[in-house]
Design a protein around this ligand. Structure first.
Ligand code: 5GP
Ligand code: MN
Length: 510
């Protein structure tokens, strides 16, 4: 039987919990309760290194002493937390209401049935949200089809990864047809058709078809180890996952071909851009910089609130390459290594959207005199290319782009739910009560995508049809949806007012 060891900090002391993988959730909770000297009604919250809330269960991932979790007792009594208590009260009052109406009328009226189903559905939602597990409503083995497939335990994550590795190594890049190779060079490529091992093969194809292996003496097995480690270091979260990494890298690859960048910048800079795209969100925890800073997570502490996530993504990238068997840069001269390290740090740090205007303005100011041989100009362009790739989902065909928006909103809502529970500030664009798919996209396309894509299109006019046009179409689509939504709301409001008018007029006659 495997024993799991969990290191965690509670009341300022580093503690160790040990339990068998097949013990019950209650047993695990009791171990933590005892360590925190908490009573049976105390609520325990366990946080990961990155500040995410962990579910206290036998599936908890084992950790090392240097990556300990943080255990907190957040309330001494379940009732003082509010929501579960309110839920209980709501159910109780509904039950009471139903029985009184039954006595009077003999059947449950429709409005009570509606209320019951709303409360039931809200409860089901709470039960299915893992990071609300500290409310003790979360159901470990519930059959919640709509939630993403959980990575069950540390062991099975490793097993899953090894399966992907075996599949990846068994597939040769020679099996990738010429048709797919060509399609891979365009923004219309459909990422949803490919599973993880196949995406790894396609990434390998990108490195080989840009001649990086020969130019930089990269051994195939080293490239494969590197790509596999990159895959392992993306988390299973709704948006900032390995598939997003693949999409951003594939867009970067497409842009390189569409703009014939090979003839304009050196190959080493192409390597910087492609590798930066690949590594730009490594180990993203699913909670943005604002959260990291407000929640004072370990990442914010480590990087003094300065782009904590981007600094982390980049540090993880070079951590992977510090292992010789994964180091695709090991056969380069120290000058080449320095060039690539500097370039990747610049490009990855440039993906912090807090710096969006600063970088775009810089690019705009050099645009009229842009010169590919000017080092400063070229460095701004490299940042812009990675940024364009990073936020390019809406430049893809609608069928490819739309599911990405669902993923993004799911991650936003996870964050804002956590912020509400922790009493942290909530950004309106992440708030499930304030955001819809069209409202999220019209602003982002108008104020972020179009200005950026227009600027890059001035330098590379051929990008107009490939990325600018699709983004304009997406804006039209979401603007229409937004208008239709508003019109429907207006009609509903008018209908309600007319209804009210009729009933008060009726009352007057009586
Ligand atoms: P990333 O976090 O992926 O490095 O940086 C990109 C950020 O831009 C995302 O976190 C997200 O906030 C924003 N973003 C990217 N694509 C979209 C989109 O299609 N719609 C909206 N509303 N925001 C986006
Ligand atoms: Mn990204």
């Amino acid at each position: 039987m495997t024993t799991k060891i969990i290191h965690f900090m509670v009341n300022g002391t580093l503690e160790k919990a040990e339990f068998e993988a097949d013990c019950s959730a209650a047993d695990v909770k009791d171990v933590f309760r005892a360590a925190a000297e908490a009573g049976p009604h105390h609520i325990l919250k366990l946080y990961s290194v990155d500040g995410g809330v962990l579910n206290i269960s036998p599936l908890l991932e084992a950790n090392g002493e240097d990556s300990y979790y943080r255990l907190e007792v957040v309330a001494s009594d379940l009732k003082s937390v509010g929501m579960p208590n309110e839920l209980d009260t709501m159910e109780h009052r509904l039950h009471h209401l139903e029985s009184r109406v039954m006595e009077d009328v003999g059947q449950t009226p429709e409005v009570v049935c509606d209320l019951k189903s709303q409360v039931e559905s809200f409860k089901r939602k709470l039960e299915s949200v893992k990071h609300l597990s500290w409310m003790e409503l979360f159901k470990e083995d519930g059959d919640h089809q709509s939630s993403p497939k959980p990575r069950s335990s540390l062991l099975s994550v490793q097993e899953e990864h090894q399966q992907v590795r075996r599949k990846f190594l068994n597939m040769s890049s020679l099996q990738v047809t010429e048709e797919v190779r060509e399609h891979l060079k365009t923004p219309t490529f459909d990422n949803w058709q490919w599973e993880e091992a196949e995406m790894l093969v396609l990434l390998q194809v990108m490195f080989t078809d840009l001649d990086f292996l020969t130019a930089f003496h990269i051994q195939l097995d080293v490239l494969q180890n590197f790509l596999f480690q990159v895959f392992c270091h993306y988390n299973n979260i709704p948006f900032h996952n390995f598939r997003h990494c693949f999409c951003v890298t594939q867009m970067m690859y497409g842009l390189i071909w569409l703009t014939d960048l090979k003839s304009k910048v050196s190959r080493i800079d192409l390597l910087v851009m492609l590798t930066s795209a690949l590594c730009h969100d490594l180990d993203h925890p699913g909670y943005n910089n604002v959260f990291q800073i407000n929640a004072q997570t370990d990442l914010a502490l480590r990087y003094n609130d300065i782009s904590p996530l981007e600094n982390h993504h980049c540090a993880v990238a070079f951590g992977i390459m510090s292992e010789p068997e994964c180091n695709i840069l090991k056969n380069l001269s120290s000058d080449q290594y320095k060039h690539i390290r500097g370039g990747m740090i610049r490009c990855i740090l440039a993906t912090d959207m807090a710096r969006h205007n600063e970088i775009l303005h810089k690019f705009k100011s050099i645009q009229p005199v842009f010169n590919f041989t000017n080092k400063e100009h070229k460095e701004v362009l490299m940042k812009i290319m990675v940024k364009v790739s990073d936020i390019s989902n809406e430049a893809r065909p609608m069928a490819v782009a739309e599911p990405w928006l669902d993923c993004l909103l799911q991650e936003f809502f996870n964050q804002s739910d956590t912020e509400k529970l922790k009493g942290l500030p909530v950004a309106p664009f992440m708030d499930r009560d304030k955001v819809s798919k069209p409202s999220s996209q019209t602003g982002f396309i108008r104020f972020v995508l179009l200005p950026l894509f227009t600027e890059i299109t001035k330098l590379f006019p051929c990008l107009e049809e490939h990325i600018l046009e699709p983004v304009r179409r997406a804006l039209d689509f979401y603007s229409d949806l937004e208008r239709a939504g508003k019109q429907q709301q207006e009609e509903e409001k008018q209908g309600e007012q007319e209804e009210q008018g009729r009933s008060s007029a009726g009352g007057a006659v009586l």
